[in-house]
Design a binder for this molecule. Structure first.
Ligand code: P6P
Length: 338
């Protein structure tokens, strides 16, 4: 990275991205910059959580039936408040809300945003990295308040996607379809500075990321693939297991160092018949990021994540995502070719 690019802020990069899209009006730029502000506010709260009385349960449960942590509520409200009055959004979907979320009357814009405000939040109290994941589509409804149709679009139709990981430092990673860039927050000045330009996920790795506790409930293709990696089936040495249990943390490590993450279907069916992760605001945005970085994202029955036509806001989808060659190999197993 040349010296002149050292001080590139995320807002400058968002503007540079806009210039790559001749038809851009600047609305997406405005939306992303408001999302950056929300990320800074959430980051400050997450970093204070250990001190402020904000740790622990909020006493509520969400659509997933999970105890909602206080920081979840704060993060969700922070993003909603920014998006409902930014003038660039017509409708929202959040992991924390059963139904679509409208924007303030008169502030309707041309984009729809789906987000997981604080994924991995069960890890909050033990200081494990957690994150915000977002997916942005151009509206398809004509005008005014948006509708669920503006959100239920294929991943290939996303105009921007990314995440903010709140860990040892706060890093924002996003793409608008022109590559993937990472920015690290300098809390002393309150700015995200370019720290990971043009991220390319290593084409293969030595790491797999899966919850081995579910091995007895995997389909044979998944189990055979994992055993192949563990038993040096690739001939380059046995893979190591790295699993944090926080999707954004596991994904970010794989994006930077290489690796393959799996959360596949549970063959005993039940609520995890399609896995645990959500298409709209987890799998699809991370799939856009990973493909823009040269990786792949598929389901464990061989579908490309970005090609899946969503049918409901909170639908689950099995996910195999990461280094291209590792996902290519997984695809061979699930096609019965190995
Ligand atoms: P399991 C966190 O609750 C989460 O939604 C993701 O961040 C993470 O990848 C997954 O669940 C972990 O699930 O079943 O391994 O605990």
């Amino acid at each position: 990275m040349s010296a002149k690019r050292k001080g590139i802020t995320v807002s400058r990069q968002i503007m540079d991205d806009q210039l790559l899209h001749p038809q851009a009006t600047g609305e997406l730029t405005g939306l992303l910059n408001d999302l950056v502000v929300a990320g800074k506010i959430i980051s400050a709260e997450v970093n204070m959580a250990g001190l402020a009385d904000i740790l622990g349960q909020s006493g509520r449960t969400n659509i997933q039936g999970e105890d909602v942590q206080k920081l979840d509520v704060f993060a969700n409200q922070t993003i909603i408040r920014r998006m409902e009055q930014c003038g660039h959004v017509c409708v929202m979907a959040s992991e924390e809300d059963d139904e679509i979320i409208q924007v303030l009357p008169g502030y309707e814009g041309n984009y729809a945003i789906a987000f997981d405000p604080l994924d991995g939040s069960t890890n909050i109290d033990v200081n494990v990295s957690i994150g915000t994941i977002f997916s942005i589509h151009k509206r398809i409804s004509p005008s005014g308040q948006g509708s669920v149709e503006d959100l239920l679009q294929k991943g290939t139709q996303q105009v921007a996607a990314g995440y903010i990981i709140y860990g040892s430092s706060t890093v924002m990673v996003y793409t608008t379809g022109c590559g993937v860039h990472g920015f690290t927050l300098d809390p002393s000045v309150g700015e995200f500075f370019l720290s990971h330009p043009n991220i390319q996920v290593p084409v293969r790795s030595m790491y797999y990321s899966v919850n081995e506790a579910y091995a007895d409930r995997w389909f044979d293709s998944t189990r055979n693939y994992i055993n192949h990696l563990k038993r040096d089936g690739t001939g380059s040495g046995p893979y190591s297991l790295r699993y944090i249990g926080s999707l954004v943390a596991d994904f970010h490590r794989n994006l930077i160092k290489g690796g393959v993450f799996l959360y596949t279907r549970d063959k005993t069916s039940g609520e995890k018949a399609e896995g645990k992760l959500r298409l709209l605001y987890e799998a699809a945005p991370l799939a856009m990021v990973v493909e823009q970085a040269g990786g792949r994202a598929i389901t464990d029955d061989g579908r490309r994540i970005l090609d899946i036509e969503p049918t409901s806001l909170h639908q689950r989808v099995p996910l195999i995502i990461g280094s291209k060659q590792d996902v290519d190999l997984a695809e061979k197993f699930l096609r019965g070719e190995m």
